[in-house]
Design a protein around this ligand. Structure first.
Ligand code: G6P
Ligand code: ZN
Length: 561
């Protein structure tokens, strides 16, 4: 049956400004009349002349409102002359899988329905994120264009009665405005699995996990009821033969089972407890949309993400992909602990420091200058796609373990003995009031950029910290020379220690203040201490300088990592 599109008059909604990673708001906000339609229309309009006849990927982390959003995207894409949509069955595609599919099939882009690690359900968050043809999150120039359009929108095009069954794999053909419109429902895992097989030595990993071995390496993966469930099942259980008790919470649920799908020590405490109380050798958790990871060793030995990327960097030759491509360069985000910097020196490869946000790595990868990167926010990945990749990180760690035959803890200790240790901790103050938080950042910026601040000495618990430099971090992209300003307040001390203050860009309401602390201990020093204890005096200095407690009324952080 031929369909015709109609133009629906709409109204402008304020605040449709994408944050660090797409537009994230409460589900209730997206459910307002025309709200989601407006934003989808603006994404499509921003594609410009390439829109007509293009192919886009669509899928998400399975959270509440995801299927409704897919339905809206189908109707609006059809009306706007999109040629084809590739949609994950049941509306499911992990963020790394979308990036993989965009690149593999050379698509114009993809729309990802996720609020990543934010809780889901009718009372929680939803999100829409656009990725461009390199498979990565849209750069600022695109998200700014989308935002500008949202402030002017008067109407959107839609085919109101076009619906498509997204539960069944197959090709659906429609005729819309006299042109063909195709919706292909694809298996969410196939393409991603094939990519992983081309990167890693699956037989070697199978051997490691094989339950028939005399001493199989026991892993426990926690999908936190997010999108990675089907990927974990296919890759680790079916393909690599890990026993069924190797994976928990692998059914995606619209509300993540009431949990907070953020893989850190607080929200994945169940994984930590399971590892403490059993004899698993390795544990990992993933966030809602599958791009974040947390790695644990036996007895819940925690690998801080800043170390994780550095350790992988030092062992990349355990992974066939890098044997083929070589190591082009490594990078981290500014607040991430500087362990990987030292690995770059050893490998004699380029090193980059970029602002928080995976999108900043994309240009460097596209220019062939970056192979491996990571962020303290539990993101690790490589140039195999343009998103961070939780499952990839676990496969990479297992590859290192299979090659070295060492435990996670031993691998970390060896690393510190070779490179020294960058102690790292992050305090999060979630859901603070926005106004006092902004005020705190303003006052702090004034204080630290004042001429007299450099050289100031702070004493705390018998330790002395002397300010060497301080600024509001700014980044000039080495490839396109675009400038990102206001990327976090940095206080750098003469010992190499750092304190950083940032407001989170991924929340949906209020403000989350992040305080990052780092200090360096050379290989000859105390590299096996407890990070939280080592960093306590430095953090206290940060709390004193910022007056965080008096601005926010918070005496304790919500999350410590
Ligand atoms: C997302 C991005 C990451 C970034 C993180 C920062 O997960 O994909 O690249 O590190 O947000 O979150 P924040 O809440 O600190 O802005
Ligand atoms: Zn995520």
């Amino acid at each position: 049956m031929p369909y015709e599109s109609i133009l629906v008059p709409s109204r402008v909604y304020e605040g449709q400004k994408p944050g660090t990673s797409g537009l994230r708001k409460a589900v209730k906000v997206f459910q307002q009349q025309h709200y989601t339609e407006n934003f989808v229309q603006c994404i499509l309009t921003a594609i410009g002349p390439k829109l007509k006849g293009c192919t886009l990927a669509v899928g998400g982390d399975g959270r509440y409102f995801g299927k409704e959003a897919v339905n809206i995207i189908v109707k609006i894409a059809a009306a706007n002359g999109v040629g084809k949509l590739l949609i994950g069955q049941h509306g499911i595609l992990s963020t790394p899988a979308v990036s993989c599919i965009i690149r593999k099939y050379k698509l114009t882009g993809g729309i990802i329905l996720t609020a990543s690690h934010n809780p889901g359900g009718p009372e929680n968050d939803f999100g829409i994120k656009y990725n461009t043809d390199n498979g990565g999150p849209a750069p600022d120039s695109v998200t700014n264009a989308v935002y500008d359009l949202t402030t002017q929108i008067k109407n959107y095009s839609i085919v109101p009665d076009l619906t498509c069954d997204i539960e069944t794999i197959g090709v659906n053909n429609f005729e819309v405005n006299g042109k063909e419109f195709v919706v292909e429902i694809i298996d969410p895992v196939d393409d991603y699995l094939n990519l992983m097989k081309s990167i890693f030595d699956f037989p070697k990993l199978k051997n490691l996990l094989n339950s028939n071995a005399a001493r199989p390496f026991r892993i426990l993966l926690n999908s936190m009821h997010g999108v990675t469930g089907p990927y974990v099942k296919r890759i680790f259980l079916d393909e690599l033969g890990a026993p069924v008790n190797s994976a928990i919470k692998i059914t995606p649920l619209p509300d993540f089972g009431g949990g907070h799908p953020d893989p850190n020590l607080t929200y994945a405490a169940d994984l930590v407890d399971s590892l403490k109380n059993s004899n698993f050798d390795f544990g990992a958790a993933f966030d809602g949309d599958g791009d974040r990871n947390m790695i644990l060793g036996a007895k819940a030995f925690f690998v801080t993400p800043s170390d994780s990327v550095a350790i992988l960097g030092n062992h990349l030759n355990s992974i066939p992909y890098f044997q083929k491509t070589g190591i082009k360069g490594v990078a981290r985000s500014m607040p991430t602990g500087a362990a990987i910097d030292k690995v770059a020196t050893k490998l004699n490869v380029e090193f980059f420091e970029v602002p928080t946000g995976w999108k900043y790595f994309g240009n460097l990868m596209d220019a062939g200058r970056l192979s491996l990167c990571g962020e303290e926010s539990f993101g690790t990945g490589s140039d195999h796609i343009r998103e961070k990749d939780g499952i990839w990180a676990v496969l990479a760690w297992l590859s290192v373990i299979a090659s070295t035959s060492k435990s996670v803890e031993q691998i970390c200790c060896d690393h510190w003995c070779e490179f020294g240790r960058n102690y790292f901790a992050r305090y999060d103050y979630e859901d603070c009031e926005a106004e006092p938080s902004n005020k705190m950042m303003k006052e702090l910026e004034k204080k630290i950029t004042d001429g007299g601040f450099v050289g100031t000495k702070f004493e705390e618990a018998k330790k002395t910290f002397v300010v060497e430099a301080a600024d509001n971090y700014q980044y000039i992209d080495p490839i396109d020379k675009s400038v990102a300003k206001n990327q976090g307040l940095r206080i750098l001390f003469s010992s190499g220690a750092r304190l950083i203050f940032r407001l989170s860009g991924t929340g949906s309401s209020g403000a989350t203040i992040r305080l990052y602390a780092e200090s360096y201990e050379p290989p000859s020093g105390q590299v096996n201490s407890n990070a939280q204890e080592v960093l306590r005096p430095l953090i206290q200095v940060g709390l004193n300088i910022s007056q965080l407690q008096s601005f926010t009324g918070r005496t304790e952080p919500t999350v410590i990592t």
